[in-house]
Design a protein around this ligand. Structure first.
Ligand SMILES: [Zn+2]
Length: 397
């Protein structure tokens, strides 16, 4: 039997449940308010607003936050969401890392853990590991079950947002992954693609927050994109939008994970950086890196320490990315592009290449109106987005 959160219980409590849900959503989106402010915001009379707030105070979903400072008259009381009752579990499953945390509605981490030794495989064992990892994390974090609204999962690959079915991993299940995990965790589970989850974090709490049209580029070992269009993240018909890394680019011969050659992700990504390094060293170029077959993070570190080959390779990856981005700038006329993921750690070494590449392919006027910058979010952006996704499903963000 699924255990409902205090917020979900509202829908069963009274005949006025929809008014209460709407009130909670308003407080969540607008922040703290006085009774008159709340009544105006929601379009109801002050007596009705007073009754709703009193009922929600009784259920501890709202709390009094003190008095509003003002000159003259009796200072009114301010009310706000009791954020302790609005939490989600956020999980990010990457190829070589798993992250899990408990997040409140303001995007603050209440508990967090990650495992860099994890290796994702399309197997029941791998799925069992993920479930056990999350369950043991929840046990140690001691979060009260009824305070958890749901579980948000970010999973690499193609995931259908309507059916909940995943195509790149765990496609052997007899039911959609969301349904399987809902049964295991006894909570509503929402599975999103990693780049969409990352884009959601940029949209709600990062560089896309104040914008209507833009992209968030997720540049780590792979390459993905989230597309903000007229204030909404564009998921596509099934949730497959944003597969920027599989756009055909030049005449590359490297085999992509999608089993095609010529994909942009094989030329502009962490994977590409590793391939480029191997090829350049094999052709006799020198590098100060001591590792024989470095991972892309090592190459980024090398570049930041001044290694000439690493600097050149990071710049080249940036240039190819920028050149490809120029085509999308021409197509969609974005006002901002945020570049995130691990490669963004190489800062201007990457960004200078991106700018050079984009200027080569974008139309001058479109380029002039498009600001390109590095993400200010940290490595937890993807798992943050997975959690925020649950709040958006409950219309709390
Ligand atoms: Zn591909």
């Amino acid at each position: 039997m699924k255990k409902l959160s205090a917020y979900e219980n509202l829908s069963f409590n009274t005949r006025q449940s929809s008014a209460y849900m709407r009130a909670i959503q308003k407080f969540s989106k607008c922040g703290d308010m006085t009774i008159p402010e709340f009544s105006t915001a929601i379009g109801i009379s002050v007596p009705t607003g007073t009754k709703i707030i009193n009922d929600l105070l009784a259920q501890k979903l709202l709390i009094c936050k003190g008095k509003r400072e003002q000159i003259g008259g009796r200072p009114p009381l301010i009310y706000g969401l009791n954020k302790d009752l609005f939490k989600v579990v956020a999980v990010e499953v990457l190829l070589k890392r798993i992250r899990v945390g408990v997040l409140n509605v303001q995007g603050e981490w209440l508990a967090y853990d990650e495992d860099g030794d994890f290796r994702l495989k399309n197997s029941q064992e791998s799925l069992d590991f993920i479930v056990q990892y999350v369950q043991s994390f929840l046990k140690t974090s001691k979060v009260v079950d009824t305070e958890i609204l749901g579980v948000g999962v970010s999973l690499v690959g193609m995931n259908d947002i309507h059916s909940g079915k995943t195509y790149s991993y765990f496609d052997f299940l007899n039911e959609p992954l969301t349904k399987y995990l809902s049964g295991v965790f006894q909570k509503n589970v929402y599975v999103e693609n990693d780049s969409y989850a990352y884009g959601l974090a940029e949209t709600k709490l990062g560089g896309l927050r104040e914008h209507q049209n833009g992209f968030a580029i997720n540049l780590s070992r792979g390459l993905g994109m989230a597309l903000l269009s007229e204030g909404h993240l564009h998921a596509g018909s099934n949730g497959f939008a944003g597969e920027f890394g599989h756009m055909q680019f030049g005449n590359g011969t490297r085999m992509c994970v999608c089993r095609k050659t010529g994909c942009l992700g094989t030329e502009a990504s962490g994977f590409a950086l590793e391939m480029d390094y191997r090829e350049h060293v094999a052709s006799g170029e020198q590098s100060s890196l001591t590792t024989e077959d470095p991972r892309y993070d090592d190459i980024i570190k090398g570049a930041l320490k001044g290694d000439e080959l690493c600097i050149k390779l990071v710049y080249d990856v940036g240039e190819k990315l920028g050149f490809a981005l120029g085509n999308i700038i021409n197509l969609l006329n974005p006002e901002i592009i945020i570049i995130g993921g691990k490669l963004a750690r190489s800062k201007d070494l990457l960004l200078d290449g991106v700018m050079f590449g984009a200027r080569r392919s974008a139309l001058t006027q479109s380029m002039k109106n498009c600001h390109i910058e590095l993400s200010k979010l940290d490595d937890r952006a993807g798992v943050l987005g997975a959690g925020l996704n649950v709040f958006t499903k409950y219309e709390l963000l």
